[in-house]
Design a protein around this ligand. Sequence first.
Ligand SMILES: NC(=O)c1ccc[n+]([C@@H]2O[C@H](COP(=O)([O-])OP(=O)(O)OC[C@H]3O[C@@H](n4cnc5c(N)ncnc54)[C@H](O)[C@@H]3O)[C@@H](O)[C@H]2O)c1
Length: 260
Amino acid sequence: MSMPGHDPLFDLHGRRLVVTGAARGIGLAVATAMLERGAVVEIWDLPTDQLTLSESDLGGRFPGRLVTRALDVSDVSAVTAAAAAAEAAGPVDVLVNAAGISSQRRPALEIPDGDWARMMAVNLSGPWNTCRALGRAMLARRRGSVINVASTNSIDPSPGIAHYCVSKAGLAMLTKCLALEWASAGIRVNAVGPGPIKTPMTLPILEADPAVRARWESRVPMGRIGDPADLVGMFVYLASDASAWVTGQVFYVEGGWLLS
Ligand SMILES: NC(=O)c1ccc[n+]([C@@H]2O[C@H](COP(=O)([O-])OP(=O)(O)OC[C@H]3O[C@@H](n4cnc5c(N)ncnc54)[C@H](O)[C@@H]3O)[C@@H](O)[C@H]2O)c1
């Protein structure tokens, strides 16, 4: 039964989501959009003041529908414990892997081993850890949607951030591999690949260097750098039944960046 002004195709009321990296930036915009549409959301992020702030803001606006768990997605045992706790509270329908890190630019040969390892641990193993921990229950229920946050850098190399690009290319392939293995069990696995978006990850670069801002803006055919709000429609689509026959895709939401 549909409610007035309520499209059953995109309905998220009562749907339970885990959104990693949602203390700020893209993850926060996604978590907020889902809460605004009636979903129950768990935010998994590092134990920071920002997590506390977002918890008190969203918890106040959406009482009883927000849980936060302070954890590092690269920590397998922490992720396993969080998944068990989340599932104990109710079935997790949707997993959004938005936690990620970037890096200052430097020639590939100058990337320290520790930076390379950390990039892979957070951006690639992090989503793998959460997919594995929550995927088991989804497979048992034969229902679920996983949405990984890839990047235009999954297919578009950029100088100075080889480890970031490789981590995002790997995440796009992990998306397809899991989609193929889990499709017959009814689990959909897709990714969103944003172009340049104004978030706490990128704003310091954009504010420090007007030349970078101008370069990014001039490369986007639609003429502007994106905001997190530009992405949420794709996440709502992938979390909802509107995308019921969609799996293994990486959707680039980038104002035409990859055309130029
Ligand atoms: N901003 C962009 O232009 C852009 C473009 C393409 C892809 N992305 C991707 O989108 C995702 C979100 O980026 P953003 O711009 O919102 O960045 P952000 O830095 O604003 O937010 C990232 C969030 O992830 C959390 N996080 C980082 N490491 C973590 C860990 N080990 N465990 C748990 N949480 C962790 C941070 O605490 C933070 O809340 C990232 O995967 C990023 O690579 C961003």
